[in-house]
Every structure is written in C-alpha cells, then in structure tokens.
Design a protein around this ligand. Sequence first.
Ligand code: MIG
Length: 821
Amino acid sequence: MDSPVLVACTLAVLASPAVVSAQYELVGAVDAVQPDARGAAVQCDPGVTLRLQFLAPDLVRVTLERPDIREPLLDYPIVDQDWPDVDVQVQQTGDVIRLASDEMRVEVARESCAVRMSDTAGTTLFRNDPEMAIGWDGNEVRTWNVIHDDDRFYGLGEKTGALNKRGEEWVMWNSDTYAYVADRDPIYQSVPFFVGVRGSVAYGLYFNNSARSTFNFGAGQHRYWSFAAEQGPLDYFVMLGPDVPDVVDRYTELTGRPLMPPLWSLGYQQSRWSYYPDDEVLRIARTFREKRIPADVLYLDIHYMDEYRVFSWHPERFPQPVALLDSLEAMGFKVVTIIDPGVKVDTTSGYRVARELLDGRHYVRYPDGSPMIGSVWPGPSYFPDYSRPETQRWWGEWLGRLRAEGIDGIWNDMNEPAVWGKAFPLEALMYDNGRESSQKRMHNLYGYLMAQTAYDALRRVRPDERPFNLTRAGFAGEQRFTAVWTGDNVASWEHLRLGVRILLGLGLSGVPFIGTDVGGFVGSPSPELFARWVQVGVFSPLFRAHTTANTLDQEPWSFGEYVEDVARSAIELRYRLLPYMYSLFHEAHRTGAPIMRPMFWHFQEDSASFAVENSEQFMLGESLLVAPVVEEGGRFRSLWLPRGRWADLATGTVYEGGRRITVDAPLERIPMFLREGGILPLGPVAQHTGVLERGPLTLEVLPASDSAGSERGLRLFEDDGISYDFEDGDYRLTRFVTERQPDGSVRVIRTVDHDGHDIGERMLVINVHGIGTSPRSVQLNGRELEANAGATRDGWSWDVARMVVTVRLAEAGARQEIVIR
Ligand code: MIG
C-alpha cells in the first residue's frame, strides 16, 4: 500500500519540469569484476560496464555498456574473424584490476574506473585522466586521457594541417569541401584511427563509431587528449607496436587488408572536368601516343551523361559509347567514368533508373517513409540506400552494364553525400541491417558503402579481374575495396606540400591506394608548379592529373616544351618504377604498409624523422628516400638523411647519413636516394602497362656494411597483373639481397622464393654503387664473368666516372650469387 507521503513526493517530481542534467556524468568506482577468457567485464558506478577484451596479445578492445544506450556496435569496418585464444592473466589488488597478456597490460583503477595501458616494460601507452576518465552527456560519450610532453599523434585518415596532429581538434564528418584551405577540417573522409608515438613506443587507437566524432589532441587546454562521439557506443581498439609498422599491420588485420589493384591502375591517369565530346577524348588519347608520354587511363567526368542522369550517355556528345571505348581500348587506354549517387527525379521521360529506384524502394527516406529529395547536378534527386542488400544488387546491375559497354573502373564522387545547401537531412533513414538508422550513424558510412557496392558489383560481373574503384568519401576499412583521392585541392604550392602530408597521414591510417589531383583541381598551375606536382605524382600510389571545369588545359604537354619534357621523363620514371610499386602494393595487401611512408616508419629512433621541416620528404618502400622540391623557385633541396649510407641516384654520390645535406635540384631533377642494403628495381619504359615488358630489369644496389642492412634488399612480386590467381599461388616472388663481406667483397644474391608464375626469360642489369675502385673479379655462382662483354651476354663493366659496377646476367634457376671482389 502506497503511503500518502510517498505518492505526494512522486507527484511533485513528475509535476516539476523535466530535470535535464547540463553536466557530464562521470564514470565512478568499480563495483564488481567478472573475469572471462579474454579479459574482464568491470562494473562501475553508475551502473555501467566496461568490457576489456584481448583479441590478440597486442590488441585490446574496450567497450562501455550503458543501460540507456541501445545502439549496437558498429560492424561494417571490422573484418569477421576468429581471433585465436589469448592467454590473459587477471590480477586484482586493492587499487587496481590488472589484465596482462604476454605483450600488454591493462589496468583499471578501482576508485575511478580509469584505464591505463602499458607495454610489459611498464611504459604507458595512454591512460585515462584519473579524475575524469569517461563521461557522457545524454547520447554523447567522451573519454579523457592524460597528455604527456612526448605524445605525438599521426593519421586520422585524410586530414589537413601538420603530420603530427597534436595541438588541434579534429572532427569526423564527411564534407564536400571545394578548394579547402590547408587547415580545413573536416574534409571528405572519416578514419577514426591514429598512431600514437611516445618516446620509442608506438601504439594505435581505433574508435569504432561512425557518428560525428571528435579527437582533441590538446587543443584549447593542456590537460588531456580526448575522443568523443555525439552518439553511439564508446567502443575502441588499442594496438601496441612498439614499432609503427606493427600498429598498422594489426589495424589492417582488424579492418581489412588493402586490395591488390590491377596493374593498369598504377599507370599514369589523365582526367579533367570534363573531356567531351568523344572526339576530344580521342584527341587526348592520340596526343599521349604521338608525344610518347606514357598513360594508361582516361576519365569521363559528368558531361558524358545526359543532363547528369546517372547511367546515361549524352546523345550528342557520346552517340556511340561502345565504339569510342573500343577505339580507346585499341590504343591501350582504360576508361573510368564518374558516378554520382544522386538519381534525377524524372519519371516522365522514360528514365528507367528513377523508375526502378522508386519501385524497388532503393532510396534514402524520411522517417515517414517518403523519399528524401535533395538537389545536386541532375537537379532534384533521390539518394540510393547503399546499406540495403537489394539496393546494392540493383545499383550493381547498372554498374555491370557500364562494365559490359567497356568502362573499366568506377569513380565514386559526391558521396559524403554532398547536396546543394550542404545540409543533408540528419533524420533521413537507411536500412542498416534492419535498424533503420538515421544519418547520425550512417552519414560517414555513405561513401564507404557506395564504394563497396561498386567493388562488389565489378567483381560479380568479372570475377577474374581485380576491380578499380575510386572514392571521394569513405570510412575506416575502405582500403579493402577502393582507392581514394583527396578531393578538390587547389593549384598552389601550399597544396602541393599539403598533399604530401595528407597522403602520408592516409597511408598511416591503413589506406595506401591514394593520390591528389596532380596539378591541383581549383585554378591553373604555373608550368613550374605542374612540373613539380608531376614529380610528386610519380611516387603517389594513385597518379592522376585532374582539374576543374573552365580551367586552362592541364595535360603534360600544356605547359610548353620544357615542362613537357620534364613531365614525360617523370612519367617514364613512374613506369620504370612499376615493378617496385607493384611489389609494394603486394606488401600493402599483406601487411597494410603504406607505399609512401613518413621517414619515421623506418627510422622511429631518429627524432629528425619526425621533425616538421622534414615532413615533405618520404620513403617509397624501405629502399628509396624521396625529397621532392615543393617550393616555388626551388633549385636546391635541403633534406635529412637518416643513419646509414645513401646513394644519390642522379649523381652516384654516396653520402653518410645522420645529417642534413643540400643537393642540386633543377626543374628536371627529383632528389632520390637509395638506402644501403636497399635494392631498387627499374623496368623498361612502356607507353602503357598493356605493352610493358618485364625486362631487362635494372637493379640499383647499395651494399650494406651491417647485417641488418643485408636483410632488406627487395622482394619482387610478379603475377599476371589482373586476376586473383595469385591467391592460389600463381605468382613469382624473387628475393634479392646484398651484403658487404668483412674481406671487402660484395655479394648480391637472387633467390626465387615462390615459383608459381612463368615470367619468361629476362636479363638483369645490376648497378652496384659505393664500391670505390674497379673490381678485380666478378663471379656468378662461382664462375668467373667476363669484363666488358657484349650487352646480350653475361658479364660486367666498371664506370669510372660514376663509380658503379654493372653486372649483366640472364636470370636462371632458383638461386644466383654474384660476388664482386
Ligand atoms: O560538384 O564531377 O571532386 O573531381 O571533377 C563538383 C565534377 C563535382 C567534384 C569532384 C571533382 C569532379 C567534380 N565533382
């Protein structure tokens, strides 16, 4: 029986205006602990559970469960897999609950539920602020962490600003940001993952939440770094390095390994908004061939469509698309078309796409079920719901038709999603595995799902061909199915420098297949800027020139003869680098390693490799250091050489590293240095990858004096360049190593590690740098080689001017050993 007093009290509470806390509620003391096989569930005040799970000895998942939040954990970015059991020790003391694997420790303070993670030596990777560990305010959830003097933060996907993200706040909200300034945030992509470096230890943190989230790395205060999301669960993964490559390896095991692209997509790509009509496209194609500037891909931007109707061809501009595509194919060009998500509201002209979209309910919808309509290029448009399996199949059928007509790849644009007026309605719903989720959860996934839909579709229609797919917006995990370009950059020197940093940051975020619009999208570059940009593009995993509507021509021949020559030789270098690039892509596919890497990827112990002034020089794989000229009028390049010896590939000069040097850098020169122990393969020049020969293969070699250097060398990956047969062993992996023996002799050893693909006969031309004097003898497998033999026979020669020994030999057998004395 209710007492009258109690009833009165209850009524009083109900009658008073709703009490809305204007404060963060903070997690409190630990109430109970339930250890389990992978860790423990820790119950904390006020009635929340902190779940700590080791997925691997160096990978921990932390999830906060609140009784008032029902939203399920995000599963799109996470690859389904059974993680092997981990041996986890749970130890409880009066102050802490301690979980330990062989590699990592996680402690939860009893008093505050604050988490601290460390390696087994006790070095703290990060720790929650002891007073203010985790808190929430309505749907928003946040965690605060002690910021240390030596904390550095890298990655977060496609982000502007400096390479080190410390001192700023970064937002995850995919945004169409035409002509973004060099510190604009957010731009197109959301990858809520960063690599933290503390002293000699690196770790990674992936925040698995697609809502609008924020990373504050000590901006506006000096107490903490924090991350927060406007809604959804606090669910994050921490991976311990201690080396940066280990972190990205684990992260891409969790969110998926990068795709292995078709070889043709690593060639030079030419785009503009837009090449039309068909004759103009043919003229561009012919000009590349006439001028002997190598190229593989041409792009069709939005003018190929009829009034911007997706999956249509403009009847006058492209009356015979199949014939056009055939002609281009005969000239060795692949063609990629832009695809925008917006489907024109048009049910009267017989436009099948709109009809089918409505009939199949493929659209993003308002909570009342009616289609959301927003304006983009075609005018008022519907937006496909790419989270819905039926819609993925339907869209995929249309893409399949384009593929059947002869289109080779798909360029997914405007998928933030962008609308005129910028404000895509937040309440608009998508299927989301039957949950009907609003844009609050789905917005940042829209581009990701669109690109995934395209990849799956291309694979379905041609199961034996690896698809090429490019996207502007995306999310963590996109590396499994798409390349990314950095959107509407500007033809300025500042953007050239920014572009290098964005690519380095994206690469660290598990997304290796990336590029900027070479030359800049907005505005027109000076001839010099174009030349320097092409020289950076040579090393960009995706090498595509592009410019906006109504700008000056931006093809390699558009800037006068001198720049045309500079661009041609840079593009030729790109084709010569393809054996290396392709092998790096295979490495990325196996381990997540970026192609273009900040220097600290390989020189984490070298503080100069983190320095701001060195952030626009980078490693291409482990053997080549590139210091492009990114300053207007720059004719010298000052750069940092990390420890060890380095050969300047232009002059042959060998430098002792661990110091800053300055080299000549006239417009036609890209400063590039071969690392000791490194082996750089250079193939022949070809006009496109369809006619690329495998040999002769030149190997630039700088023998290492230490044994660590001799581990490096080269792992050359070769296959058919297009199919998935390599997954069944149809590939060849050749290892080359070089070492300097204590007696001064130099060895270069070639071993075939996997012999599953026939590459035919090939000559090797091995240029050994850093030897000093003419050798007395050169032996191949114990047999003396002839000096100054003809170019087609095994033999060697000495170039006294460049101090290089060149050894020629036909590749043969499973192992060849060259000894130079
Ligand atoms: O509203 O298709 O970033 O590369 O050329 C602009 C026209 C739409 C934006 C892309 C750009 C492309 C352009 N698109």
